[in-house]
Design a protein around this ligand. Structure first.
Ligand SMILES: [Zn+2]
Length: 252
């Protein structure tokens, strides 16, 4: 039987994975907006529906994720159902992630950091790291909608920073986009503090101080590179530089 190669893939520049809906917006939303402001496309993939969260339901979180995508301007958002708090490292889950990578064929992939407070974040990090590599293997076939996908290995893998403090390898100047990125965060209305809302039970992230804390970190990272706001990332490998002056900028 001849298997038809998938032809409807929507190529994007960057694909950002998160274990739960809102991980991406909280940790690297301003960088994603900066990428789009530079004329490149961005897609997001949530590995779970966030159904184990203390606040909200899978339905409200789905609506919130759609609202966040709209306000952020992503090309697409995929929500997988790999199991909140049951996000296991297994062949099926790896194949689901490989399918998404091969479908949108990104150049750059963002993932949860390898060392984190929430176990799902660490598991997501490992799954995406391995899927990033395996997606390029010819001998590992996957299908989508009945058609065989072509292998694709993205060029760059960056880990964003979440709860745990990690010294970043690179800090992106997001002074121009940080304020706008807060709209993407606040689209997740059940998750964060709202003035006058009854918030029982309390969670770490619906405390009034949580968003102020995020703001402070972005200011701190900004300070490290002499700008107002920054978002920090870990690199998965050594960065190769083609344009020296494009990175080491100056006036001369
Ligand atoms: Zn999360």
């Amino acid at each position: 039987m001849t298997r038809q190669l998938e032809s409807s893939a929507e190529k994007v520049y960057a694909l950002a994975f998160g274990a739960h809906p809102d991980d991406v917006e909280l940790a690297c939303g301003a960088t994603l907006l900066k990428i789009m402001s530079e004329g490149r496309s961005v897609s997001v993939c949530d590995l779970t529906r966030g159904e184990m969260g203390t606040m909200g339901t899978p339905e409200t979180r789905k609506r919130e994720a759609e609202a966040a995508s709209l306000v952020m301007g992503y090309q697409s958002r995929t929500t997988l159902d790999l199991g909140d708090s049951k996000l296991f490292y297994n062949e099926e889950n790896l194949a689901e992630i490989i399918r998404v990578i091969r479908h949108v064929r990104p150049d750059v992939v963002f993932a949860n950091p390898p060392d984190e407070r929430h176990p799902d974040h660490m598991k997501a990090s490992k799954l995406v790291t391995d899927a990033f590599y395996y997606a390029g293997l010819q001998q590992l076939p996957t299908t989508m909608n009945g058609t065989v996908q072509e292998p694709h290995r993205p060029q760059h893998l960056l880990y964003y920073i979440q709860f745990k403090h990690i010294q970043p390898d690179v800090i992106i100047d997001v002074s121009e986009t940080f304020d706008a990125s807060r709209k993407g965060v606040l689209a997740f209305t059940t998750q964060f503090h709202r003035e006058g809302a009854i918030e029982e039970p309390k969670t770490l992230i619906n405390r009034k101080e949580f968003l102020t804390g995020l703001d402070a970190r972005a200011r701190y990272f900004g300070e490290q590179i002499g700008v107002v706001y920054g978002e920090g990332f870990l690199l998965s490998g050594t960065l190769g530089i083609q344009s020296f002056c494009g990175i080491f900028r100056g006036e001369g």
